[in-house]
Design a protein around this ligand. Sequence first.
Ligand SMILES: Nc1ncnc2c1ncn2[C@@H]1O[C@H](COP(=O)(O)OP(=O)(O)O)[C@@H](O)[C@H]1O
Ligand SMILES: O=C(O)[C@H](O)[C@@H](O)[C@H](O)[C@H](O)COP(=O)(O)O
Length: 173
Amino acid sequence: MTASYPPMIVMGVSGSGKSTIGQALAAALGLDFIDGDDLHPRANKEKMAGGHPLNDEDRAPWLEIIAERIGAELAEGNPIVVACSALKRRYRTQLISHAPSVVFIHLSGQRGIIAERQSHRNHEYMPNSLLDSQFATLEPLEADERSIVVDLAQTPDEMVRFVKEKLADFTVA
Ligand SMILES: Nc1ncnc2c1ncn2[C@@H]1O[C@H](COP(=O)(O)OP(=O)(O)O)[C@@H](O)[C@H]1O
Ligand SMILES: O=C(O)[C@H](O)[C@@H](O)[C@H](O)[C@H](O)COP(=O)(O)O
């Protein structure tokens, strides 16, 4: 029998490992992966590249694109794994508006570990200087949100294994 999974949003601040872990998780589960970074309107990318953090108005249309995509894929029987920062509670409410069964997977950990990893990567548009504003904006998951918190200090393999175990606790849409 093929296992069924809920849609998943791998969330966290810039550099927390969303793209890396999201891809690995999707591959391990046999699901499609979408990187929210690729769905930003051009103006958002330009703003971040210029060293300015996005505000609520900037993020709203981007979040809607992602929410609609998750819902459309699920309606086709295709739960997907999406990488998206999902920093505020209200963003997460918008993100699950087309698919309430979404499970958030928060890659959580110390700023120092993330800053060190960021120093070794080249991002298309995101400067490392925005990490502080990402942490300042982040609202932790609340008890009523369908979610798994993962320690980002682990290796990708360890993180994927942990999530796979925890997923057994969640119902599917
Ligand atoms: N668990 C991990 N252990 C070591 N390095 C990691 C881990 N997860 C991600 N990285 C590295 O950290 C950097 C940021 O990861 P990335 O997936 O781009 O994060 P995000 O998508 O959240 O911005 C990349 O260079 C990536 O290779
Ligand atoms: O909501 C935001 O402020 C952005 O989405 C931001 O959180 C995201 O991190 C950028 O798209 C950079 O991409 P990385 O997350 O891959 O660094």
